[in-house]
Design a protein around this ligand. Structure first.
Ligand code: CTP
Ligand code: MG
Length: 182
């Protein structure tokens, strides 16, 4: 696990269930907003970009992916020559839930700071989901978390995530799935 490939592969593997929910929410979004249209002061609490359907489908997609990864961990690990981890049930749920919770918290902060729906919030947009996902996983499955998320793995995650996030959102924008390229 000390090789660079091992650390990078482990970091991506561990975060896949946190990466997918936001993209699934973009595809599934729509319907009733979580804040029910309510405002705080003269601004929406969260806005129309955070919906029940997007959140539910996003969590389900991330959890399903984690279960799927558990099923293929041995062949993939063997092919890469890396000792990849499995996801305990608490992490299966915590990683995707934390990802969307982070995204929702970011929208809350965006509205409070006067940013309209879809406005960019550099830094927060790229890391909100990963930070809350990590915190929730650490709380839900601490033994597993501190065994798998070594300092090296965490550094790779924090460096790689903004690049992956910007890349996938740019693709979703080009495909017409998203209104903004961030
Ligand atoms: N989405 C959703 N539910 C979520 C997260 C996202 O339905 N919990 C869907 C919405 O259709 C949203 C799209 O995914 O418009 C893009 O997500 P995001 O960029 O996070 O939302 P924005 O519309 O940009 O709104 P905000 O400024 O609040 O981030
Ligand atoms: Mg946005």
């Amino acid at each position: 696990m000390s090789s660079v490939l091992g650390v990078v592969a482990t970091a991506i593997w561990l975060m896949l269930p946190a990466y997918i929910p936001n993209n699934a929410a973009v595809l599934a979004g729509g319907g009733r907003p979580i804040d029910g249209g309510r405002t705080w002061g003269d601004r929406r609490v969260l806005g129309d970009g955070k919906t029940w359907r997007g959140t539910a489908v996003g969590i389900a997609a991330g959890a399903a992916l984690a279960v799927g990864l558990n099923l293929i961990v041995d062949p993939v690990g063997t092919a890469l020559g890396v000792d990849l981890p499995t996801f305990p049930t608490a992490a299966v749920l915590a990683l995707p839930t934390g990802a969307l919770l982070g995204d929702i918290l970011a929208s809350f902060l965006k509205r409070r700071t006067g940013r309209e729906r879809g406005a960019a919030f550099p830094g927060v947009d790229q890391l909100d989901f990963v930070v809350v996902s990590l915190v929730l996983a650490a709380v839900a499955a601490p033994g597993w978390f501190f065994e798998q998320f070594t300092l090296a793995v965490l550094v790779v995650i924090l460096l790689l995530t903004p690049a992956l996030h910007l890349g996938t959102n740019w693709i979703a924008f080009q495909l017409g799935l998203k209104n903004e390229p961030w």
